[in-house]
Design a protein around this ligand. Structure first.
Ligand SMILES: Nc1nc2c(c(=O)[nH]1)N[C@H]1C(S)=C(S)[C@@H](COP(=O)(O)OP(=O)(O)OC[C@H]3O[C@@H](n4cnc5c(=O)[nH]c(N)nc54)[C@H](O)[C@@H]3O)O[C@H]1N2
Ligand SMILES: Nc1nc2c(c(=O)[nH]1)N[C@H]1C(S)=C(S)[C@@H](COP(=O)(O)OP(=O)(O)OC[C@H]3O[C@@H](n4cnc5c(=O)[nH]c(N)nc54)[C@H](O)[C@@H]3O)O[C@H]1N2
Ligand SMILES: [Mo]
Length: 774
């Protein structure tokens, strides 16, 4: 079906259920995987199998029977596809021609089979040997005036082993330029949690989910992005836990869910109810909403003191474990309800209701995703949420805690082992000791800074370990200018994507093994380790025959590149390839406490948990206590400023994932739970706004960003879809809308692009320019 022949059909069934099973069959057919491919799927998240390359949600002890997950199946099927992209494919198509293909079509060609080098004379990629490829990169790197002219990007799929070697290589080479997908994702979490609770990781485990009596789900869409989380939510709902979803979009999967493994759910067609309450703040309204909750809690606590009743806040916890309670209590008392209601877009009655649910709970978990982190005040919102949770001692006790839900399956592990442009001094000096090297101490470029540096000519070599940097990032036109001004761009990758086509003067495609594939080295098949969203580290072994005999593993690519580049290195790079347990040994030497007995402990079923002191009420802050911090409701953001100018013509756009995509990888053209079929160029809009703007559902509009730098940023041709979303807010899909996000529009402190709050105005597409078949 062409992109413009789709349909809009509201979805009235529970999430998962029969639709999911149908989708699985369709995906296997699309990837031409025969029925025996099911064996691969059944090995996912099994004790001797591989870790699902889908999301970072943990598995039940890694020993459960196969946990069915539609989107996990899609992720595995995408990697296990029977389709191939051999050199003959590139001989047929110039890069200019491939640029006309959609992202869906590019990745749809299947797995890359050979290392390829761009030839500017023919405008085609041509086969090279691995040695030639490594020599070319080494030449470029060694020709730089300074190591900081290179940037080493990582997407969160790389294993701990690959990621550790990669950062070691980059730092031994002399730079801390490690932009990563985390910069675009949960960086706001990583900036908010260490100063308040002492560590940038979530404090809960699955065990806590089993004991929680209240769950607050802020700004995430688990039915699509973390489907296995729905299993936990369903269990919690069944035992009577209260669940509140806080999301501007009425996400179907947060309302009802049918477990494909539960005959009752499947046969009743109704599924289980998930949320007791659904609150729809306006985009970015969470900080004000949570402040409203805190104001109620403090008000009720003040009343309790006056009446000699039991305190509403947990004073024992507050006194023993925290600092700053009085300040935030006073700040809450003084906060104006007008500001809270105006900025949250939630009614006083609803704020009171959710606050009552919060104080009725004795074991509360708060989860959050991109709906919280990708705003200008994302860091401040998470700190406000920490305040709320600390008030009643909801961190560090059974059944309660903070649960940032991570994205890529090993994004958390990548950070642990050093993929960070500003790793702590302790880690850096440990590297120096263990490897007898000197490493730079000044922070490097994050993702947004790396783009600016490319634009400014300060970064000339871009290397990507996975991912799709050219379209996962903001300000697409400018990002492409940056990438195209590099002397070399090189990507370690499994599938053909846009980043291989938007390239530097020279360019390389370096195809690697996926996590589902058997990785055989001199000492036999190798396993790799990953850390999930709840800090569990476990081993993963591939089960499938590699997609091509010319593929190298990621650790092998990094080690051979390092060997080719660092001529006088004492680091035994090639030895690491033979036996990955040697990489784990040096990881342990670098971080002896966290990775004590690494090679032994990964043999335990389920692996082991990284130390998370906040889970045990140990606060690694300078004061040794958890910190309440006073946060302001934003009143003069770029959105407010744009509204001054454009009044009610201004809209705030969020960019999000459809059900049929994994970030920039498009699996299909449907977004089942939101009722969109056969197309992606849609914008969800409140019915009142549609009327007010003189539009009707089914009209086509263009989106133009509002930003004060004289640059025009547009994304044209989107179909208007009437949807349950607050007035003034719009929602579209990423990456089609990324060009609208100004590079400078980032979250305070974390520099995460504000992908969930882009000020835009809309233009109606003239009748004669409406896309074909619309
Ligand atoms: N199948 C699949 N799985 C994935 C991914 C994928 O693309 N496909 N991506 C992976 C990655 S890298 C990540 S980071 C995660 C992403 O998983 P999510 O965090 O769920 O990310 P999004 O799809 O961007 O959805 C954000 C949700 O936040 C809501 N939202 C937007 N703005 C606001 C706001 O201001 N306030 C509130 N309260 N809510 C808001 C949106 O309506 C949407 O429901 O998923 C991971 N898992
Ligand atoms: N507007 C907007 N932009 C966003 C977001 C948003 O919500 N809105 N979300 C942001 C978020 S949360 C994230 S995490 C980033 C994601 O940004 P990235 O991580 O850079 O992008 P992905 O789309 O996940 O990368 C897909 C590519 O990874 C490669 N790949 C797949 N598996 C492997 C493997 O095993 N090894 C290697 N080497 N390569 C592999 C394939 O070639 C595939 O094309 O995007 C961010 N961008
Ligand atoms: Mo992410």
């Amino acid at each position: 079906m062409s992109e413009h022949q789709g349909s809009i059909k509201p979805y009235h069934h529970p999430a998962a259920g029969w639709g999911a099973l149908k989708q699985v069959a369709a995906q296997l057919a699309l990837q031409k995987i025969p029925v025996k491919g099911i064996v691969t799927l059944l090995s996912q998240n099994q004790p001797d199998g591989f870790d699902c390359p889908g999301c970072a949600w943990p598995d039940k002890e890694h020993t459960s029977t196969f946990e069915f997950c539609e989107n996990g199946v899609k992720a595995v099927a995408a990697e296990a596809t029977a389709k191939r992209v051999p050199p003959a494919f590139f001989a047929k198509h110039t890069v200019t021609e491939l640029m006309e293909w959609s992202d869906f079509a590019l990745e749809g060609e299947g797995r890359l089979t050979h290392p390829m080098r761009y030839n500017s004379v023919t405008d085609k990629y041509e086969e090279v040997t691995w040695d030639q490829a490594f020599d070319l990169i080494a030449q470029h790197l060694n020709a730089l005036d300074h190591p900081d002219q290179a940037a080493f990007y990582t997407s969160g799929r790389a294993s701990n082993e690959a990621a550790f070697l990669y950062q070691l290589f980059g730092r031994e080479f002399g730079t801390n330029n490690f932009p990563d997908c985390s910069n675009l994702c949960h960086e706001s979490t990583s900036m908010a949690l260490p100063p308040t609770v002492g560590i940038g990781k979530g404090s809960v485990t699955l065990h806590d989910f089993e004991h929680a009596d209240t769950l607050l789900i802020f700004g995430q869409n688990p039915a699509t992005n973390h489907p296995r989380m729905l299993g936990e939510l369903r269990e919690a709902a069944k035992r009577g836990a209260r669940i509140v979803a806080i999301n501007p979009l009425k996400e179907r999967g947060l309302e009802r869910f049918a477990d494909p493994q539960s005959p009752l759910d499947m046969l009743s067609f109704k599924g289980s109810k998930i949320s007791d309450m659904f609150i729809q703040p306006k985009l970015g309204g969470d900080l004000a909403l949570i402040k409203g909750m805190i104001k109620f809690v403090i008000q009720w606590d003040d009343e309790a003191i006056k009446n000699g009743a039991e305190r509403v806040v947990d004073m024992e916890f507050i006194q023993q474990h925290t600092n700053g309670f009085e300040q935030i209590a006073e700040d809450a008392r003084n906060e104006s309800w007008d500001a809270i209601l105006e900025e949250s877009g939630v009614s006083m009655a609803q704020i009171e209701q959710i606050s009552r649910i919060y104080v009725a709970g004795n074991r509360v978990i708060s989860t959050w995703g991109m709906g919280i982190t990708q705003h200008k005040h994302g860091v401040a919102t998470i700190k406000t949420l920490v305040n709320l949770m600390l008030l009643r001692g909801n961190i560090g006790k059974e059944g309660a805690g903070l649960c940032p839900v991570r994205g890529h399956s090993n994004v958390q592990g990548n950070r642990t082992v050093g993929i960070y442009e500003k790793m702590p001094e302790k880690f850096l000096s440990s590297l120096e000791q263990v490897f007898d090297i000197k490493v730079p101490k000044a922070p490097g470029y994050d993702a947004v800074a790396a783009i600016q540096a490319m634009i400014d000519g300060k970064v000339k070599v871009f290397f990507g370990l996975g991912g799709n940097f050219s379209i996962a990032t903001p300000d697409t036109d400018r990002t492409w200018d940056g990438l195209r001004s590099c002397t070399l761009t090189a990507h370690v990758t499994t599938k053909l994507n846009r980043s291989h086509l938007v390239h530097g003067t020279e360019a390389l495609i370096l195809p690697c093994l996926g996590r589902t594939e058997i990785d055989t080295q001199e000492t036999g098949p190798q396993g790799v380790t990953v850390e999930d969203s709840m800090s569990m580290v476990h081993i993963s072994y591939g089960m499938n025959k590699p997609a091509s005999m010319h593929l190298l593993s990621e650790p092998a690519i990094v080690a051979r590149l390092a060997h080719a580049t660092l001529k006088n290195s004492k680091t035994p790079w090639l030895e690491y390839i033979k036996d990955y347990s040697k990489i784990r040994d040096v990881i342990e030497q670098t971080m002896p406490e966290a990775f004590k007995d690494y090679n032994e402990r990964i043999k335990q079923p389920g692996g082991f948990r990284m130390p998370v002191p906040s889970s045990h009420r140990i606060w690694l802050t300078p004061s040794g206590k958890a910190e309440f911090t006073v946060q302001e409701i934003p009143r003069n953001s770029p959105i407010h400023q744009a509204r001054e100018k454009f009044g009610d013509k201004l809209f705030v756009l969020m960019t999000t994932r459809s059900h049929d995509q994994y970030n920039t990888t498009i699996y299909g053209m449907d977004d089942r739970y939101r009722g969109v079929f056969g197309q992606r160029r849609v914008v969800f809009m409140n019915p009142e706004d549609i009327k007010r703007m003189g539009l009707k559902a089914g009209d086509w509009i263009n989106l133009v960003s509002v930003w004060q730098d004289g640059i025009t940023r547009r994304a044209d041709n989107f179909l208007v879809v009437s949807y349950d979303i607050p007035q003034g807010c719009l929602s579209g899909y990423y990456p089609e809308t990324n060009n609208l996000v100004p590079l400078e529009s980032v979250a305070d402190d974390s520099h995460t692009p504000t992908s969930k709050s882009i000020p835009v105005i809309i233009e109606k597409v003239a009748e004669k320019q409406v896309p074909r078949a619309a």
